[in-house]
Ligand binder design. Sequence first.
Ligand SMILES: [Zn+2]
Length: 114
Amino acid sequence: MPVRPPLHRPVGRREKRERDHDYDRTRDPVSRALYHSKRWRTEREAFLHEHPLCMECQHHDVIRPASVVDHIDPHRGDETVFWDRNRWQALCASCHGRKTAVQDGGFGNARRCS
Ligand SMILES: [Zn+2]
């Protein structure tokens, strides 16, 4: 009797990589622990569920799905800031990348969309 070939289904590999990237964007061990926590995963997911669209894009009348929960104020490992949902915003990957680049690069905002 022939045996069915096993189904090859790599489980959520891309999703996992994106999440790892999310965690690894900071080298600060305290922040990393926060991003690795189950609570963050749960709350982040809930927040994206409530705010499915990129807030920054919406300012420019663009509708784009959000994939990142960004801390508006840099939390630097401060748990009060980290868990304060009033300081969170849902961003798409491209807006988040732009914001991070501006923060890391120092001199930002010379180029503005009009
Ligand atoms: Zn965006």
